[in-house]
Design a protein. Structure first.
Length: 317
């Protein structure tokens, strides 16, 4: 059949041919600047970022997940089709398509295999932070958001070092090695949060080079995504941020007040009860036990990456 006699391609087939998937994933870790980096990447004209920052799609095998597990997934992304629809907004100008899900490293035993199956050519980026600092930051975030029981870090090390997510998120060696073994090592880049803090522009240039876009672009990195705060009074913080009988009664009484005003009042109370994270003090025992807890993992990570991480080992002997 000649070109003149060619039949038009049905629109549904055009759509299927044009379907695009991520060319890069930021796989970790939490409390290492990933929200800021996501926002910086969104500024680049050649980069398209998933409108959902943390899809967590590759944390589980959704094809074989139970109906109850699918129902509980907060963002509803429980199929490959739903996931890829996140990237339908990408245009020809977008050379790199990506998403940021920092818990992929935490769930490495599942996520590495699924990523290799679905996106065998995508670049993978891990951003690592001094694990002691990372654990402290995670702990303070949980206090701020009134998540779970706020067990002191030293107690977590002593009683549940093998099960505490706050602690395990900072053990990078095993998860990275697994990704190296399952995926092509040459398509995995590792960056350090320390470098982001030193020079955000140079750091982002490295990210741009990794994902294959113009590295000369200068993002506005002046604004940080999150300002760390901790509550002055944890009991009041729980009343304001969790569902509880007192809050339920107060909400009922406040029904006569306009919704916007109620929200403003709640946010004002939260602000009054907040203080800079530097006001939160960690004990010497907290720091010493954390340093001991992470020491072996840092040493193995150094060898795996062939990179000097001695700054993370200070006072850890």
């Amino acid at each position: 059949m000649t070109a003149n006699n060619a039949q038009p391609v049905p629109s549904i087939l055009k759509s299927a041919v044009a379907k695009r998937t991520p060319t890069f994933l930021i796989i970790g870790v939490q409390k290492a600047g990933t929200t800021s980096i996501y926002n910086y990447l969104k500024q680049h004209p050649q980069v398209y970022m998933s409108p959902v920052k943390e899809t967590d799609f590759f944390n589980k095998d959704w094809d074989n997940a139970s109906a109850e597990m699918k129902r509980r997934k907060k963002n509803g992304l429980v199929s490959w089709d739903l996931y890829t629809q996140l990237f339908d907004g990408a245009t020809d100008e977008h050379l790199a398509l990506g998403e940021v899900s920092p818990n992929y490293m935490l769930n490495y035993q599942t996520s590495a295999e699924l990523i290799q199956q679905r996106l065998p050519k995508a670049r993978l980026i891990a951003i690592l932070r001094n694990p002691v600092e990372r654990a402290c930051s995670d702990y303070l975030m949980n206090r701020r958001d009134a998540i779970g029981k706020q067990t002191p870090l030293a107690e977590q090390v002593r009683s549940r070092g093998d099960t505490s997510y706050v602690l395990l998120k900072g053990k990078y060696y095993e998860s990275l090695k697994h990704f190296f073994d399952v995926c092509d090592r040459n398509r995995i880049d590792v960056f350090l949060y320390d470098d982001l803090r030193k020079n955000s522009q140079t750091f982002m240039q490295g990210i741009y080079q990794s994902i294959g876009v113009n590295a000369d672009f200068v993002a506005n990195t002046d604004k940080k995504a999150q300002t760390a705060k901790v509550p002055k009074n944890q009991a009041l913080n729980r009343l304001l941020k969790t569902q509880n009988p007192i809050r339920t009664v107060a909400t009922g009484i406040m029904q006569l007040v306009p919704t916007d005003l109620r929200h403003q009042l709640r946010e004002k109370l939260i602000s009054i009860n907040s203080q800079d994270k530097d006001k939160a003090k960690f004990t010497e025992e907290d720091m010493l036990l954390l340093q001991q807890y992470y020491r072996e993992d840092i040493l193995k990570l150094q060898d795996l990456l062939q990179r000097d991480l001695s700054a993370w080992l200070k006072d850890a002997s």
